[in-house]
Design a protein around this ligand. Structure first.
Ligand code: MHF
Ligand code: KIV
Ligand code: MG
Length: 288
């Protein structure tokens, strides 16, 4: 177990930062808390399989979310709503196996915690014991504070998620949250509720940048923005969006860092043309 030096406020194993730090020791929620004290920003990405997660882990991404966005980005559903706990457990276990350093956060899917704290604990325990995640995430502010409290009391770190909560798409749509004085006050109450319940971080999804900045100043736990402007402590994107693999429309807050759909499509067509035209396999790909 690596000792943390309170005086330096740094991990004492030589790693300087969540991103850019060294070593393969698993990052913990304690490391996340210290990053906020240092005023350090950090990146988070989703992943749904071991291979992709290993790329992000080797690139130094300190926190990987096994998002229920797997529903529409990996499993072919239209939304996150149909995703099951069995599916999340299987995908989360793969991401844990593919990584050494990143803190792995498993999303609790719709229907696996809404019944109450006991159901939430049963579901989160499965992700911790079967999949090996270091933390879980669930949606909702004031409405989920009892679930968060019991999980944290039971020893399971919780990342909260407020603002746009996609599991409620049939009730709220995919609309910006926290616009107007009343909605802004509700978002601030939600943020304080999850902090008071013991969450170690909170995702702010699709909220005005000024409001996300205010929440980030008011809270002592880190905020993780997605469509929430530049002032949050961390930023998260869905990996298939930022690498250009998502089919169809992506939210406007996404920055596309590569076009893997084009790269993969071109490569697959080159293979197909080789097969049809006799360009593959050649002598060097053959055995005798
Ligand atoms: N591919 C993908 N990317 C995501 O970021 C994502 C998912 N899927 N699935 C789960 C949730 C759903 N999310 C969404 C889905 C739609 C919008 C959207 O349509 N937003 C509009 C703005 C709406 C408004 O202005 O009120 C947009 O044009 O971006 C945003 C976030 C974020 N998450
Ligand atoms: C967009 C992030 C925060 C998420 O919840 C997911 O990918 O499921
Ligand atoms: Mg999610």
């Amino acid at each position: 177990m690596t000792q943390l030096s309170a005086a330096q406020n740094k991990p004492s194993d030589g790693s300087k930062a969540l991103y850019g730090g060294k070593g393969t020791r698993r990052i913990t929620v304690r490391d996340i808390a210290l990053a906020k004290e240092r005023g350090e920003k950090w990146p988070m990405l989703t992943a749904y399989d071991a291979m992709t997660a290993s790329v992000f882990d080797e690139a130094g991404i300190p926190v990987i979310l096994v998002g229920d966005s797997a529903g529409n980005c990996h499993l072919g559903y239209d939304t996150t709503v149909p995703v099951t706990l069995d599916e999340m457990s299987m995908l989360s276990a793969a991401v844990v196996r593919g990584t050494q350093r990143a803190l792995i956060v498993g999303d609790l899917p719709f229907g696996s915690y809404q019944e109450g704290p006991v159901q939430a604990l049963r579901s989160a325990t499965r992700l911790v014991k079967e999949a090996g995640v270091g933390a879980v995430k669930l949606e909702g502010g004031e409405r989920s504070h009892e679930q968060i409290r019991l999980l944290v009391e039971s020893g399971i770190p919780v990342m909260a998620h407020i603002g746009l909560t996609p599991q409620s798409v049939h009730a709220m749509g995919y609309r910006v949250q926290g616009r107007g004085e009343e909605a802004a006050q509700q978002l601030l109450r939600d943020a304080k509720a999850v902090q008071d319940a013991g969450a170690f971080a909170v995702v702010l999804e699709l909220v005005p940048a000024e409001l996300a900045a205010e929440v980030t100043r008011v809270l002592h736990i880190p905020t993780v923005g997605i469509g929430a402007g530049p002032e949050t402590d961390a930023q998260v994107l869905v990996w298939t969006d930022m690498l250009g693999l998502t089919s169809g429309r992506v939210p406007k807050f996404v920055k596309k860092y590569a076009d893997l759909r084009e790269v993969m499509g071109d490569a697959v067509k080159a293979f197909a043309e080789d097969v049809v035209g006799g360009g593959f396999p050649r002598e060097e790909h053959s055995v005798h």
